[in-house]
Design a binder for this molecule. Structure first.
Ligand SMILES: Nc1ncnc2c1ncn2[C@@H]1O[C@H](COP(=O)(O)OP(=O)(O)OP(=O)(O)O)[C@@H](O)[C@H]1O
Ligand SMILES: [Mg+2]
Length: 214
């Protein structure tokens, strides 16, 4: 079982949305069984989405995770091929614990200076724990007015540490959240974007040649 941790020190960068959307899309692939764990027990954003979706078995959400290590062992023994973990903002203890279990850490980030500044703490954590990671640019706005902001933001990201695919700022991600919809449920373009994100992550976890993040 592969463990994908979604983390960022900054609140509101899209962690819960990315967790739900990757898990839902990944679960559509043949042979994949996807579980999720919501480590943000204070907000429970991911749990609420899963409940609104009708508590499906795909993607499944393991409720009341108490011991991450043994929970992951159980999920793996139960035949899950992926576990996607949502983490809280700021709580570095919880984030570090999740990172320790990760095959890969994906860090959603909005291209703005404060967000990119605070992301450095997660990069340091991944380096300390020797985990592969990549930034995932979220809410990307390609309009000309954002050209400088985007270029300045991209310049703050270490070379090679960012997924090529970017998530657009899309109302389809927001629209159905409260009723448990994922962006790809209703939008083919978002489905294609998420497929690319998933393919990139898979390639980073099991690279054919070379390794991520040196
Ligand atoms: N690409 C996107 N397009 C549209 N809306 C988005 C996108 N990414 C995030 N949002 C919206 O931004 C808000 C914050 O997203 P989300 O709750 O996933 O962030 P988070 O990092 O989990 O926040 P927290 O740190 O509080 O847990 C939500 O309303 C979400 O729908
Ligand atoms: Mg969240």
């Amino acid at each position: 079982m592969k463990v994908l941790v979604v983390a960022s020190a900054k609140g509101g960068s899209g962690k819960s949305l990315v967790t739900a959307n990757i898990a839902a899309r990944l679960g559509k692939r043949k042979g994949e069984r996807v579980a999720m764990i919501d480590l943000d027990s204070t907000q429970g954003t991911l749990t609420k989405w899963w409940e609104a979706r009708g508590r499906p078995s795909a993607p499944y959400l393991l409720e009341d995770s108490r011991s991450l290590v043994s929970d992951l062992r159980t999920l793996s023994a139960d035949g899950y091929t992926w576990c996607v973990i949502d983490t809280p903002p700021l709580d570095m203890k919880v984030i570090e614990f999740a990172v320790m279990s990760a095959d890969f850490v994906v860090m959603p980030v909005i291209l703005s200076t404060p967000d990119l500044d605070s992301s450095k703490t997660i990069v340091a954590l991944c380096s300390k724990r020797r985990r592969k990671y990549a930034y995932l640019i979220n809410s990307f706005d390609s309009r000309p007015a954002f050209k400088k902001v985007n270029a300045d933001g991209l310049a703050m990201i270490p070379r090679g540490a960012v997924l090529k695919t970017r998530l657009p700022d899309s109302p389809k991600f927001r629209e159905g959240w409260n009723v448990g919809k994922a962006g790809a449920d209703t939008d083919k373009a978002l489905a294609a974007v998420l497929d690319e994100v998933i393919d990139e992550i898979r390639a980073e976890i099991a690279p054919t040649k070379g390794a991520a993040n040196g």
